[in-house]
Design a protein around this ligand. Structure first.
Ligand code: HEC
Length: 149
């Protein structure tokens, strides 16, 4: 008898009692649902090249090369993992400096929340940008930002 069949009938015997088939079915659906949810949020699918294209929206205000100029916004080289409000020579808003004093670090989760809706994450930030609604696009963009090092 093939191994898989053996295991299968074993399982049913173990959970004998009330509706073993139904229970097994429900738990497999739960396992599948968790797996699908996991895939949707997995950063492994983020795409640096796509992120670079999305960054065109940011280029009017931000440079990305090491030591690049500050424009309307601060240089973003090495931004992922960096403490907020720390680019030399850039005059941040009071709102951003307050968040920085509170210990804000631009890890991927904080960047994700900020880029979704900047003025929701830091009320009164002077970054005039509406945000990027699509989760996948933000993931690509953050993957690109993480590559700037
Ligand atoms: C219209 C100009 C403008 C655009 C477009 C813009 N930003 Fe900004 N950005 C700013 C300004 C100004 C600040 C400083 C905010 C403050 O001090 O409140 C800033 C701050 C930031 C910071 C915090 C930097 C730090 O050192 O703490 C990040 C991260 C950032 N922007 C990322 C982006 C990304 C990514 C995009 C594109 C999706 C983008 N910005 C689009 C102007 C802009």
């Amino acid at each position: 008898m093939p191994d898989s069949l053996g295991k299968h009938s074993n399982k049913i015997n173990l959970s004998k009692g009330e509706l073993p088939m139904k229970k097994t079915l429900i738990s497999s659906i739960a396992v599948a649902a968790v797996a699908i949810m996991g895939m949707a949020s997995a950063p492994a699918y983020a795409d640096v090249a796509k992120g670079e294209k999305i960054f065109k929206k940011c280029k009017a205000c931000h440079t990305t090369e090491s030591g690049g100029d500050n424009k309307i916004g601060p240089n973003l080289f090495g931004i992922v993992g960096r403490a907020a409000g720390t680019v030399d020579g850039f005059k941040y808003s009071d709102a951003l400096m307050e968040a920085a004093a509170g210990g804000l670090v631009w890890d991927e989760a904080n960047l994700d929340a900020f880029l979704k809706k900047p003025k929701k994450f830091i009320k009164k930030t002077k970054m005039s940008f509406g945000g990027i609604k699509k989760d996948g696009k933000r993931a690509d963009l953050i993957e690109y930002l993480a590559s700037l090092k």
